[in-house]
Design a protein around this ligand. Structure first.
Ligand code: 0L1
Ligand code: MG
Length: 268
């Protein structure tokens, strides 16, 4: 993968980041970007995502972390893409554990169970490995990501979804933080319950064989973008269970073996 192949003109990158920003803030579905920009590359997608991040930060949002996305083979197959991606998280996306989350400002939200890492040492690529990630990890904690593709019918390709910040919308953490060397992060089981019924059951190895591998992948993509992960970073490592649609009235409890529960409900 090379992220140096930016083909779009600067004015198109700015224009497309504005289009994504409007779709996100007005909760409006738009056609995937490649319908208009057919030759858009993955590098172009990341250039639009970086410009979106610059805009949000200029508006006063704070960067609070990163997320790996499309990290399971099942998810890549479901969405018709062939490699994982990364996105950024800001303070506007965070919601408290147990809270009521409004969906009126989202297009078609879905929830997924993820393991989040908090680092105690900086990480940089290329060549970041799961072992380096685990050595740099302070603790892990359970999280639920609420994704919301802004593309009509959840139909997109990799450059478009990367430009849309990997469908990032909201996230919730909870449960109990644990040191990673106290756990087997591959076999750690997760059950997603919607309205009291188990709708997703999986082990964390669904994420690239080990969730630390997704964080290493994220660090290596950051390196291609000329960035690194400072100590104290929060990183969500990607969906363990498949993404489940939610609507007003739904309540979600994500139960993580060893790490505890994360819950929330959805309202108009
Ligand atoms: O976090 C994720 O894996 C989402 C990536 C984007 C794909 C989607 O919107 O389902
Ligand atoms: Mg996710």
């Amino acid at each position: 993968m090379s992220l140096s192949n930016v083909t779009l003109a600067r004015e198109d990158i700015v224009r497309l980041s504005g289009r994504i920003e409007e779709a996100q803030t007005r909760a409006r579905a738009i056609p995937k970007l490649t319908d208009e920009y057919r030759d858009m590359t993955l590098a172009d997608g990341y250039a639009v995502q970086s410009e979106l991040r610059r805009r949000f930060i200029a508006q006063g949002q704070r960067l609070v972390g990163w997320k790996a996305g499309l990290t399971s083979l099942a998810k890549m197959k479901q969405m018709g893409v062939d490699q994982p991606s990364i996105g950024f998280l800001t303070d506007r996306m965070a919601r408290p554990e147990g809270s009521a989350i409004s969906v009126s400002d989202l297009v078609h939200p879905r929830v997924e169970c993820e393991i989040a890492f908090v680092t105690k040492a900086s990480l940089s690529g290329p060549g970041c490995t799961p072992e380096k990630v685990l050595a740099a990890t302070d603790f892990v904690l359970p999280a639920v990501e609420i994704i919301d593709s802004r593309f009509s019918g959840f139909k997109f390709d990799l450059p478009s979804v990367v430009a849309d910040n990997g469908s990032s919308a909201r996230f919730v953490t909870g449960g109990r933080p644990r040191y990673p060397d106290e756990l087997d992060l591959r076999s750690l089981g997760v059950v997603m319950e919607k309205n009291g019924e188990a709708v997703g059951i999986a082990a964390a190895a669904a994420v690239l064989g080990h969730p630390a591998r997704a964080v290493a992948m994220l660090v290596n993509i950051l390196a291609e973008l000329g960035e690194s992960l400072p100590a104290g970073s929060f990183v969500m490592s990607g969906g363990i269970t498949e993404a489940i649609p939610v609507a007003p009235g739904d309540s979600i409890v994500a139960r993580f073996q060893e790490l505890g529960d994360v819950s929330m409900r959805f309202v108009e």
